[in-house]
Design a protein around this ligand. Structure first.
Ligand SMILES: [Zn+2]
Length: 502
């Protein structure tokens, strides 16, 4: 089956053909590290994590680059407010970002370059753009001339005339066209500054993504991703810089953009004061509930991250968990001595598992339709629950084998989407672990004390049998304080390490 994806450049779905067979090169715009990440920006990293995981599942080798914007007006302002250096602010929130991504089970990028470590590459590009007549210097600032680049506006579908007409803010008179943008800005005293042919200064935001993606992926790489709010001007400017610099086109084969985040049908924004931080959500909801919520909407559609939607996602996650738990308990029964024969019903059920996989893949191949893919997963859950119910009346020796096959299918499909996935490993994670974020608790690593938890739960079960509910509740609440959540299910007690409450 072939994968199709929506290309913002052509505004239609296209068959996916990477530059190099079997290999996908991806670039996603990373965060400006001046604050904790909120879900409005966080959605992109979940979306592209799922896309990356699915491409891997399809057999591609994926190379994923995501930058850190660590020099920017917002960082400088924040540093001024807090009496810190811009670098202190940037490093602090970079670590916090890595922590939040790890908590969301987002796989770390293969490379995550920082803007401040890519200055020579940016200077080289800016110099070449000036030489080629695509950029001009005014009082130590360097601007890109949008009129010098023929294709300006092709990604966002706007013409320069429309942009000029739509320009409402007061235009900097030193610019030749209102849409001309800064490649290099002269630094004011006290601001971070690097030497350049035009005096001490710092890079503009757009040039960093061009410099980094070209450095690590080269012209014509496969997927460039980000939120829809980046289409204009950021990605439009990246195209202009990269294509004008290299003289080649296209800069990127497929442009992929995710939709906005709403809170109770209002756009999440600073001015409305409804910003929700990823780390605050994760204090109340398991990461998989957040992932599941993101998956239940197509990545290009707007999504609601309000409390009701989160509660609903949590309940949906519990449906999945309960099914897996019931399957596990069922499979744990001793295996039969004789190789079991399956009933007709079981043969059909086993066959249907392959059908579920096929339908799941069809949904994902259609522009990563995770909403439809989740629908397939929940149909499978329903099917498996029905089968387990039947087993209460009529159980065959083959039942555990069939249940096991069903469980494997369910887990496999969930993991493709990053649900119930093992925590990410790799160098990036170690880097984050080395330097704990101020305020984070240490000792969150769970020791091998599972046996003790099991013992306490046995005592709790005995207490409940004897109707000593106070003791039972005491054990449960003390465990919760230690970061262990106990759920009472029909099948018995289940526990999970969820981290300490604040
Ligand atoms: Zn970017």
């Amino acid at each position: 089956m072939s994968l199709v994806l929506h290309n913002t450049m052509t505004r239609r779905k296209e068959e996916f053909r990477p530059r190099e067979e079997g290999r996908v090169l991806m670039y996603v715009c990373g965060p400006t590290v001046y604050n904790y990440i909120h879900v409005g920006n966080g959605r992109a990293y979940l979306v592209f994590d799922v896309i990356r995981r699915y491409l891997r599942y399809k057999g591609y080798e994926v190379f994923y680059v995501q930058n850190f914007t660590d020099v920017d007006d917002k960082i400088i302002n924040r540093a001024r407010e807090e009496g810190k250096t811009p670098q202190e602010i940037a490093r602090f929130y970079e670590r916090a970002f890595r922590e939040d991504m790890r908590a969301l089970n987002v796989l770390p990028p293969d490379v995550s370059p920082r803007a401040t470590e890519t200055i020579p590459q940016m200077l080289e590009m800016i110099k070449a753009l000036v030489e080629k007549g695509h950029a001009y210097v005014v009082d130590g600032d360097v601007y890109f001339s949008v009129e010098s680049f023929e294709g300006y506006g092709k990604l966002s579908g706007r013409s320069l005339e429309e942009m000029r007409a739509g320009e409402r803010v007061e235009v900097d008179e030193r610019k030749r066209h209102p849409m001309d943008f800064a490649l290099w800005k002269s630094s004011k005293p006290g601001e971070p500054a690097w030497e350049s042919p035009w005096g001490m200064g710092r890079p503009g935001w757009h040039i960093e993504c061009s410099a980094m993606s070209l450095q690590h992926l080269g012209m014509g790489f496969d997927i460039h991703g980000g939120g829809q709010d980046l289409i204009f001007p950021h990605h439009e400017n990246e195209i202009a810089q990269s294509e004008a610099y290299s003289g080649e086109s296209p800069f990127v084969r497929y442009w992929v953009h995710n939709g906005f985040v709403n809170i109770r049908e209002e756009k999440m924004s600073k001015s409305l004061g409804n910003i929700i931080l990823v780390r605050d959500i994760l204090k109340q909801y398991p990461a998989d509930a957040v992932r599941l919520l993101a998956l239940q909407t197509h990545y290009r559609s707007p999504i609601d991250f309000g409390p009701e939607a989160l509660e609903e996602a949590k309940r949906a996650l519990e449906r999945l968990e309960n099914c897996l738990f019931a399957l596990d308990s069922f499979i744990a029964k001793p295996p039969p001595r004789v190789a079991p024969a399956r009933t007709q019903r079981e043969v059909e059920l086993s066959d249907s598992f392959f059908d579920f996989e096929r339908r799941f893949e069809e949904a994902m191949d259609d522009d990563f339709n995770t909403a439809r893919a989740m629908g397939v997963i929940f149909e499978l859950v329903k099917e498996l629950n029905t089968y387990l119910d039947e087993q209460q009346h009529f159980q065959t020796p083959a039942s555990p084998m069939v249940a096991s096959h069903g469980r494997d299918t369910l887990i496999k499909l969930c993991r493709v989407l990053g649900l119930f996935a093992p925590p990410p490993e790799g160098e990036e994670v170690e880097r984050a672990a080395e330097e704990p974020v101020a305020g984070a608790e240490d000792g969150d690593a769970f020791p091998a004390a599972e046996g003790l938890v099991e013992l306490l739960l046995e005592v709790r079960a005995m207490a409940r049998e004897r109707k000593q509910f106070e003791t039972a509740d005491f054990i449960r609440s003390r465990l919760r304080e230690m970061g262990i959540r106990v759920d009472d299910l029909r099948e018995g007690q289940r526990w999970k390490f969820v981290g300490r409450e604040e």
